[in-house]
Every structure is written in C-alpha cells, then in structure tokens.
Design a protein. Structure first.
Ligand code: ME8
Length: 527
C-alpha cells in the first residue's frame, strides 16, 4: 500500500497587540480551505495557526492596557482562538509563543546556530520600527509628512544602540539565490518571487537577532541579558509545532518540511529570506513553498484602527452568513492581488452566484425530483450527447479544481465550478423536464438523474469552500457521510438511484437589505 500522503500548512502567528480583523481571518480562511480540501482528497493534514506573543510591540500594548504581558497575551490570544472556533476553522493545533514547548525549541535552534558558527556577538546601532518589529537601513527610510524619518512601510522608527547577537545573513546570499533557482515554486505568486530575488541579489547584511533594552522574549541561552529577536522566535513556531528539537520524532519526520506557509505580502521577506537562511544554517530543511497573498481594504480605504474602519469578522459573519463571507473573499479577488471589501460586492455575490446560480439550480432540480418522482432519485435511461457533455464537464471538474488549488488559485477553482453550474442551468432550460413530464417521462427521469449527479459533484467539491451549504446540499441528495470524500469523485462513481430524498429547502437565501423587505423575499431565487 502506498504511504498516506501528508500535507502541512501554516498561517502566520498573529501579534496579540490587537483584536483579530478580516485580514487575519482571510489568511486563516485560505489555509482552512486547503486543509479541508486535502483531507477530503485523502491526505493526512496538519493545519497550524496561533499567536505571536513576545517582543516590544506586544509589551507596549500590555503596558498601555495596564496588564502584565502574560495576562494581556492570555486575553488577546483567547480572542484569536475564539475567532477560529467561530469561523469553524479546522486547525489541528494552536500555538502560542509563550508556551514551554516553544521556548525549548527556540533555544535549541539558537544552540544549533551558535554551534555552527552562524551567530556572533556585536553591537547594533541603527533604526528600528516597533510596529513592524523590523530593523531598517538609513537608505530605506522615507520622509513623513512633517519631514520625520519613517520606515518604508510608513511605521515610525527609533534609533537603537545596544549590544546584540548577529546572524551571519551576509553569508547566505549565494546559497539563497541558488535555492530559489533550484526551487522555482518556493515563492508565489511570481511577481513576489522576482521581488525577493532582486532584494537578495542586491546584497544582504548580517541581521541583529537579540535585544537587550526590554525583556519580554525568550532568553538567549547562556546570556540572559539578551532576549531573542521576535522574528527569530516567531518563525521557529513552525518547527516547534511538529516536535522540534526532536528531529527524530514521528511528527517532525512526517510533516517537516512544511508544504505551505501562507502569509500576507507584508511579511514575505521574513519567510522567504530570513527563515530559509536560519534553517539551512541549522542544517534543517527549508519549507517547500511560501505564498504571499494581497491586502484587503474596506470600501476602498486602508483598514486601520486610527481610521476606525476595522472590520470585525464576527460582525460580517452575523450579517451575511459564514459561507457567504468565505465564498466572497476567495471568489471576489484573484488570490495574490489586493481586494476591497464592499457591501455592494458581497451582496452581488450572494444574490448572483449563490442564490441565483447555485441555489436556483439545486432548488429547481430537487423540487422536480420531489414533485415528479415522489422524492426518489430516478434511474437514468440511455444518454444523449447533451447529457454526456454535461456529465463529462462535471467529471473533469475534479482535476481542474485540484490543479488550481495546487497553486492556491482559489478564484480559478471557484470560477471552474461556477462554469459547470452555469452549464447545468442551461441544460435544465434546454431539456425542460417540466414539459418532458407529460411527453416523455423516461427521458425526464434521465434528465433529473443527470442533474442530480452533476449537483452531487459540485457539492462535493464545494465542501472546503462553503462547508455548511455544501453539506446541506449533500444531505438533500441523500449522499451518506462515508461517500463525501473525494474518492467518491473517481471516474465511474455515480449517484445511487433509488435513494429517497428529504424535502428540499433553499440552500442560499437572497440577501435582503434592511427596510427592503417586500421587494425581495428570502429563499426565492430566479424563476
Ligand atoms: O506579522 N489584508 O502578525 P500580524 C490581508 N506576528 N491580510 C492581512 C491584513 C489585510 N488588511 N491585515 C493583516 C505578524 N493580514 C507576525 C507574523 S509569522 C512567523 C509572524 C494578515 O498580526 C496577513 O496574513 O501583523 C498578514 O501577513 C498577517 O495578517 C500579519 O499579522
């Protein structure tokens, strides 16, 4: 028997300086879809998320809240954990960098780097941005509105002078360039890959990896006046969670190197430059792929606390529904590009794609089976070319969706599924089973059976994206739980005729504007 394929996927671990917002939700959502997809596709999956709790930024936020860092991080980390539960994210683990397992892992990684001569003691004098937890060279700074110096991200910077350990990053320029060349899929999308390569080709300076002017961090082994630089600490979470420093344990051997680190474009450099350099220096394997997705704005504006337009994921889910938000975020924006969250756009997707296209296809097909076949899935008779074209398109869908998700192209996967939804709607209109009922009942049965099979395939593939609606659809088709994995999409697998279907009910209600009741009725799609 072939060994079970495995898949290890991670989100960034989020800073606990602030409440979770839709940006955080987006990254974890993308990972959740991939984790669910891989599980259904027969993989043993490890899906990790968590919180980044050390460093100056979190320490400052704790002080501002009048709490000790640990009390503060317990509270905010809890908000991220609650979000994951509320969004039905299927992470297998939730790591906190304040956990003992992580301290041990970071100190062991440090030890490996010291032993191999990659870390030395020196002193740092330069610019630091607490908001980014990043060091900047003089040449990278920009001028703010009042002429003050700012990081290229717009974050305020402060001058720092302190003793510091350094990682010999400068020695990793050539090995990193070689690694990128040999692993063309390591950084996605391609535009980001080119950015990283030109950054590295421009030369790398040694990186300060410890701080002494505050103490909220993991102590440097053997020199506890220093705490580790928060990015070295944070990145290490990905190996802590699979058992590092025990590189012989089953989890580490099964899941490392990670298949995918999903990140926002703001933190690509840390993941695609520093992280593989740390790992290679420690004689550990670098991850297989890093995908940097784009940035969400709210009704065209940058999302920020000072603008007061932070979108609370719980609120939008209460307003539009979990599946609708999941669908919208992954369909509306080509994954990798920036996106805008607007009320108009999400309502358009709900009423168009979900209620009209998919909801209506399901509702009318299932109602006809209920009304014309006594709720029993009919046997198909001989197939016409028209039937075969639709069934073949539905059959090909599995590989198309799989291929798109292999490259994290969520929007293309959903577009492919909706092409089949559209073809099925055209097929119903052309075949007119309501007329065949009188003129040719066996033919009507074939048409309804072809539709049921097509909807079954669509619903199975939609499970990772819109899990609740997909499972309601599969319930309405009486697909047993054991037949919901993607093995049931193998060629030749068909929906079982003779099954008794429950009474259909609308899967996607239309979104009705407050105060607009009466112009649109919930649950009613296009005729
Ligand atoms: O950077 N649009 O944590 P963080 C899209 N602790 N994605 C967004 C977003 C937006 N407007 N805002 C945030 C850190 N994100 C570090 C990571 S990993 C070893 C350490 C998402 O809380 C996006 O994934 O600032 C981004 O990379 C991440 O949140 C930053 O989260």
């Amino acid at each position: 028997m072939a060994p079970e394929p495995t898949y290890y996927i991670t989100t960034p671990i989020y800073y606990v300086n602030d409440a979770p917002h839709i940006g955080h939700m987006y990254t974890t959502l993308a990972c959740d879809v991939l984790a669910r997809f891989k599980r259904l596709d027969g993989y043993r999956v490890r899906f990790l998320t968590g919180t980044d709790e050390h460093g100056q930024k979190v320490q400052k936020a704790a002080i501002a809240a009048g709490l000790t860092p640990l009390d503060f991080t317990d509270r905010v980390s809890g908000n991220f954990r609650d979000l994951a539960a509320h969004m039905h994210f299927t992470n297998d683990d939730f790591i906190r960098t304040t956990e003992a397992r992580h301290r041990r892992s970071c100190q062991a990684l440090w030890q490996r780097l010291i032993e191999r001569g990659h870390i030395y003691l020196g002193s740092y004098a330069g610019w630091y941005a607490v908001r980014d937890e990043a060091f900047y060279g003089e040449g990278e700074l920009i001028a703010g509105p009042g002429g003050e110096k700012l990081a290229p991200t717009g974050a305020p910077v402060e001058w720092v002078e302190e003793p510091s350990y350094f990682f010999r990053l400068s020695a990793w320029q050539a090995p990193l360039l070689r690694f990128y060349a040999e692993n063309p899929d390591f950084i996605a999308p391609d535009s980001r890959r080119n950015e990283v390569i030109s950054f590295v080709a421009g030369g790398l300076q040694d990186l300060s990896v410890s701080r002494t002017t505050f103490d909220w961090g993991i102590p440097v082994p053997g020199d506890d006046r220093h705490v580790m630089y928060v990015w070295l600490d944070a990145l290490t979470n990905y190996i802590t969670a699979v058992g590092f420093p025990d590189v012989e344990c089953a989890d580490y051997r099964t899941f490392w190197p990670a298949d995918l680190h999903m990140v926002g474009k703001d933190i690509l450099r840390f993941h695609a430059v520093y992280w593989p350099a740390f790992l290679m220096a420690a004689d550990l394997a670098p991850p297989r792929r890093v995908f940097a997705h784009g940035w969400w704005t709210n009704e065209g504006q940058k999302i920020s606390k000072s603008l007061g337009n932070v979108i609370d994921p719980n609120e939008i889910v209460a307003r539009y529904g979990l599946d609708a938000v999941r669908y919208f975020m992954l369909r509306e924006v080509p994954f990798g590009a920036d996106g805008d969250f607007s009320h108009r756009a999400i309502v358009g997707r709900i009423n168009g794609d979900l209620a009209n296209d998919l909801g209506n296809l399901a509702q009318r097909s299932l109602s006809m089976i209920q009304q014309y076949c006594g709720g029993v899935l009919p046997d198909p008779g001989p197939l016409t070319d028209d039937d075969r074209v639709l069934l073949e398109a539905a059959g090909r869908l599995t590989d198309r969706v799989r291929g798109h998700l292999e490259r994290q192209m969520f929007h293309l996967a959903l577009t492919a599924i909706w092409e089949t939804v559209a073809s099925a709607n055209v097929y119903v209109d052309r075949q007119g089973p309501w007329a065949l009922r009188k003129s040719d009942p066996p033919r009507m049965q074939t048409v309804l059976s072809v539709l049921a099979e097509t909807i079954r395939r669509i619903a199975l593939l939609l499970q990772p994206f819109i899990p609740d609606a997909a499972s309601r659809l599969l319930d309405q088709l009486a697909v047993p739980a054991a037949e919901r994995g993607f093995a049931a999409l193998a060629p030749g697998h068909r929906i079982a005729s003779g099954a008794v279907l429950p009474k259909p009910s609308g899967v996607f209600p239309r979104f009705v504007e407050d105060g607009a009741a009466g112009t649109e009725k919930a649950g009613k799609g296009r005729g």
